[in-house]
Design a protein around this ligand. Structure first.
Ligand SMILES: C[S@@+](CC[C@H](N)C(=O)[O-])C[C@H]1O[C@@H](n2cnc3c(N)ncnc32)[C@H](O)[C@@H]1O
Length: 189
């Protein structure tokens, strides 16, 4: 029932949100069975759709983006979560590679990113952020569309630091979901 309630609530509120549906919902299909009471951080949240859905699925979620995105993000989170679930979602500034001490290493079960691999100049800082946040038990999930050669470069950089596997490919949307973990771990969820 929790999933159905989340889907009904989402359907009612989608009109407030725009393009990110493709990347965020591809990720949600992967997460719907495992989110309950997990500690999650979303990077580059944009509208916040993914973080909102994962909160509706029962996780405790820190929803992050750059400072310039936070006002819109916060208003979306407030407008699309029922009051009883709002304490489960915290909106916080996280610019990749900056002020990482504001985030406790290893505090999260999952690190999520929907369509955040696209700017080559941010790749090093994004990896630094993933390395800071990630403990041995943390699972990173990134939904990506491989648009350019540089996107493959990021995956190569990711593989140099983490064990990476593709856990889902949605051919209708051309969206890949990659899982990354420290060391050689390849746990199922
Ligand atoms: C293509 S949008 C994706 C947004 C959302 N995740 C989605 O699926 O629609 C990329 C997001 O990454 C964020 N971003 C880009 N560079 C960033 C950086 N250096 N630090 C933190 N966030 C960044 C942008 O503000 C934007 O919200």
């Amino acid at each position: 029932w929790r999933q159905r309630r989340a889907e009904q609530s989402l359907a009612a509120d989608l009109k407030h949100l725009t393009l990110p549906i493709t990347f965020s919902l591809s990720m949600t299909e992967t997460l719907c069975l495992i989110a309950l009471d997990r500690s999650v951080i979303e990077l580059g949240a944009g509208t916040g759709l993914l973080g909102i859905v994962v909160t509706l699925l029962g996780a405790h979620v820190t929803i992050t983006d750059r400072a310039a995105a936070l006002e819109f993000l916060e208003s979306n989170v407030q407008a699309n979560l029922p009051p009883e679930l709002r304490p489960r979602a915290v909106v916080k500034e996280l610019t990749w590679g900056k002020d990482l001490d504001n985030f406790t290493p290893g505090a999260f079960d999952f690190i999520l990113g929907a369509d955040i691999v696209y700017l080559e100049e941010t790749f090093a800082e994004l990896l630094q952020t993933l390395e800071h946040l990630c403990s041995e038990r943390t699972v990173i999930l990134l939904s990506c569309r491989i648009r350019y050669e540089r996107d493959l470069k990021f995956l190569k950089m990711l593989r140099e630091r983490f064990s990476v596997s593709e856990v889902h490919y949605d051919s209708s949307k051309d969206v890949h979901i990659y899982k990354a973990q420290r060391g050689s771990r390849r746990d199922d969820f």
